[in-house]
Write a protein that binds this ligand. Structure first.
Ligand SMILES: NC(=O)c1ccc[n+]([C@@H]2O[C@H](COP(=O)([O-])OP(=O)(O)OC[C@H]3O[C@@H](n4cnc5c(N)ncnc54)[C@H](O)[C@@H]3O)[C@@H](O)[C@H]2O)c1
Length: 343
């Protein structure tokens, strides 16, 4: 069944490319746009290989409204999934203007086009970073926001608010998905996280250390008030996360959402400490990781994990995978990726 065309922004990126696979498997026709500032357009070849589908691809910058509008002239969409953004927290502190310009202008352009061309359903990539150092965990969607920890976090808070205001008093609907820590790779081992800028998330840092791309890795802090002193995070498998987007889009298209905008947490509801994540990696890979315990890193949230009951109840979503599958698939992907790089 052809469920219609979906514009996927940031589609050659980590979460976008995995979501495109899930969308295709569910009967949607994704149309991809990405300027390649943090990804490789060749990713789409892998997606085609895994799905036997050739995708329409526009290698443009979303901040260029004239070019963006051409896509809306070329296609009629049933929905938009807006992933594209710059996402490195540290860089956002160094280059706040670049982050605000890119993340906000691209979102504003997408919203303007959605309204102009009557594309009624929008899914937006938000983040648990909007909660800051949350007072209570697990975090529910009603947990109050704290001051953003970085300009990146603020672009997510502002992005959410801009979408709410723009769709207010219209018949457009949006779902804001607040991801916790996406990790792992496609179960084929052929697709995974491959940023153009150095990886900063824990799981790729672990696998890159194990394969020898880094000499050692640092665990930031061992004296937090957690069960082993390291920070606690909620790691969600990339394929679970990808499926949540398809389910959220189905939900909107089927007319199930009454409010104009709604928000969902996407995590697996379990906190894993950094040291537990390292242990899980060592267990599934049989490798011993060269890591050092260092001082706390400024800006790190001590512990955060999700309550995902709302996504379960409304979207019918629940995670299939845990930290072991995350490490297994991430390791498989790292080994395959390194083989190709060596050739
Ligand atoms: N990965 C995470 O840990 C995480 C956590 C929470 C939220 N998010 C959000 O999810 C979304 C996707 O994240 P990801 O991990 O796949 O990141 P990613 O960097 O792999 O993908 C983002 C893609 O957007 C593209 N892009 C950026 N600005 C663009 C522009 N102006 N025009 C066209 N393309 C542009 C990049 O080239 C990249 O391919 C982002 O909005 C990110 O902020 C990610």
């Amino acid at each position: 069944m052809h469920k219609g065309k979906v514009l996927v922004t940031g589609g050659t990126g980590y979460i976008g490319s995995h979501t495109i696979i899930d969308l295709i498997e569910s009967g949607y026709e994704p149309i991809c746009v990405d300027n390649g500032c943090n990804s490789d357009p060749d990713t789409l070849e892998k997606v085609s290989m895994l799905t036997n589908k050739i995708l329409a691809f526009y290698p443009i910058d979303l901040c260029d409204q004239t070019k963006l509008e051409r896509i809306f002239n070329d296609h009629q969409f049933v929905g938009i999934i807006h992933f594209a953004a710059l996402k490195a927290v540290g860089d956002s502190v160094k280059y706040p203007i670049q982050y605000f310009k890119n993340n906000l202008n691209s979102t504003l352009n997408i919203l303007e086009m959605a309204l102009k061309y009557g594309v009624k359903n929008l899914i937006f990539s938000s983040s648990c970073t909007v909660y800051g150092n949350a007072e209570n965990i697990p975090v529910t969607e009603d947990t109050p926001w704290q001051e953003a920890e970085s300009p990146y976090g603020r672009t997510k808070q502002m992005g959410e608010q801009i979408i709410k205001d723009s769709f207010k008093n219209t018949d457009h609907k949006a779902i804001l998905l607040r991801y916790f820590n996406p990790a792992g790779a496609h179960t084929s081992g052929q697709l995974g996280e491959a940023p153009s800028t150095p990886a900063q998330n824990l799981v790729p840092v672990i696998t890159e250390t194990a394969i020898g791309k880094r000499n050692k890795m640092m665990v930031f802090g061992s004296d937090y008030a957690t069960r082993d002193g390291s920070c606690i995070r909620d790691f969600i498998h990339i394929m679970d996360l990808a499926r949540a987007h398809t389910q959220a889009l189905d939900y909107l298209i089927e007319g199930n959402q009454i409010s104009t905008t709604d928000v969902y947490n996407l995590g697996i509801g379990e906190g894993v400490t950094v040291l537990e994540a390292i242990n899980a990696f060592e267990k599934v890979s049989g490798n011993q990781l060269n890591y050092e315990i260092g001082p706390r890193r400024p800006g790190d949230v001590i512990a955060i994990y999700a309550n995902y009951e709302k996504a379960n109840k409304n979207l019918g979503w629940s995670p299939k995978y845990g930290i072991n599958e995350i490490m297994e698939t991430a390791w498989e992907w790292e080994k395959n990726r390194s083989k190709v790089e060596d050739e």
